[in-house]
Design a binder for this molecule. Structure first.
Ligand code: TYM
Length: 336
């Protein structure tokens, strides 16, 4: 079976972007592949979260993954910090990662721009840690959203560089994997960039949002006066709402609104965005409610979550130990 790795940072509540960009692919992959899914708690440390929040954040992300359909019997679900082989590989890989290439990464440049007072080395070497998460299991497929593609390219570079330097084929190339292209980038409901954990709370739909909150947020989602001519191309904030509708509503519902949109023109706007958003809200509420309720119930069962994470870590460490032993040997750390 091919090996799959992916992770989600424990920096906040999971939202529709995380769900459709990542988790729903995890769920579809869990039968056919050998899957390792983890909570990236080390990656969350770049912004120095309050120590008393860490455990709750990690357990919540795990619970939200399971509530979304991930089966911990089929996949290894673990906390990154439970696998000491990951930081060990990270240290080894840091010797092959260059300042220049790390400084050029767009996500790093964004962080520097947004928070110039906290440009720590962990932030700079974020892609090295991420590559180590993936390479530690010698994964070939990585289900992630569009925003992670550059990081994946770096992981391939580090893998090849290691193989070349040590004349081995230890690491295969990891590639982005997804079932469909429609949900690789879910936009914020205000139309300003991608949906994200910490920005624009009112334009982000979280898996933990209650029914009224979901309805309120969708009601406020950005629309406009309607298309100026039949069969117009949709502006991206409208296309985003259609994408969400395609993901949660019945196909004939989507078709009806698509037709209304395509038959609209200036002076004769057939599509009524109020009705469109109301329908979307209704279907979204029905979609999220079971996930929210299951996640809340799981979070109350700390015992169960702890057992799941420990079992996941055990499985992940088995695979990680083999890789790190070979990496050490190739490098020459092989003394006794
Ligand atoms: P993170 O925690 O920011 O996001 C988790 C996953 O959700 C996807 N995603 C989105 N997809 C579509 N539309 C959006 N608006 C959207 N927002 C987030 C992300 O692409 C990601 O798949 N660096 C990673 C975590 C990580 C990782 C790894 C991933 C650490 N090590 C190893 C894969 C393999 C991150 O910050 O994701």
């Amino acid at each position: 079976k091919e090996i799959v790795v992916s992770g989600i940072r424990s920096t906040g509540f999971l939202h529709l972007g995380n769900y459709f960009g990542a988790i729903h692919n995890y769920v579809k992959m869990q039968e056919a592949y050998n899957c390792y899914f983890f909570v990236a708690d080390y990656h969350s440390l770049t912004t120095h979260p309050d120590p008393k929040d860490l455990k709750g954040n990690v357990f919540r992300v795990a619970a939200e993954n399971i509530a979304s359909g991930l089966d911990p019997e089929k996949v290894a679900l673990y906390a990154q910090s439970d696998i000491p082989e990951i930081p060990e590989l990270y240290l080894l890989m840091n010797m092959l990662a260059y300042q220049g290439e790390l400084e050029k990464v767009p996500t790093f440049k964004d962080k520097v721009r947004l928070n110039p007072r906290n440009v720590n080395a962990g932030l700079l070497t974020y892609p090295v840690l991420m590559a180590s998460d993936i390479l530690i299991h010698r994964a070939t497929k990585v289900p992630v959203g569009k925003d992670q593609e550059q990081h994946l390219e770096m992981a391939r570079n580090f893998a090849n560089r290691f193989n070349q330097r040590y004349g081995a084929e230890l690491f295969p190339e990891p590639h982005v994997f997804r079932f469909d292209e429609s949900s690789v980038k879910i936009l914020s409901l205000d139309g300003n960039g991608k949906m994200s954990k910490s920005e624009n709370v009112n334009s982000t739909i979280y898996l933990s949002d209650d029914d009224d909150t979901i309805i309120k947020k969708l009601k406020k989602a950005k629309t406009d006066a309607g298309p100026a001519a039949p069969n117009s191309e949709k502006p991206d904030y409208i296309e985003n709402l259609f994408t969400l509708m395609r993901l949660v509503s019945a196909p004939d519902t989507v078709q009806k609104f698509e037709d209304d949109y395509n038959n609209s023109s200036e002076g004769n706007v057939v599509i009524r965005y109020g009705d469109f958003k109301k329908q979307l809200a209704e279907d979204m509420v029905a979609f999220i409610r079971p996930i929210r309720e299951n996640a809340a119930e799981l979070q109350r069962d700390e015992d169960r979550l702890r057992k799941i994470l420990k079992a996941g870590a055990e499985k992940a460490r088995e695979s990680a130990a083999k890789t790190i032993a070979e990496a050490r040997k190739l490098i020459g750390i092989n003394y006794y």
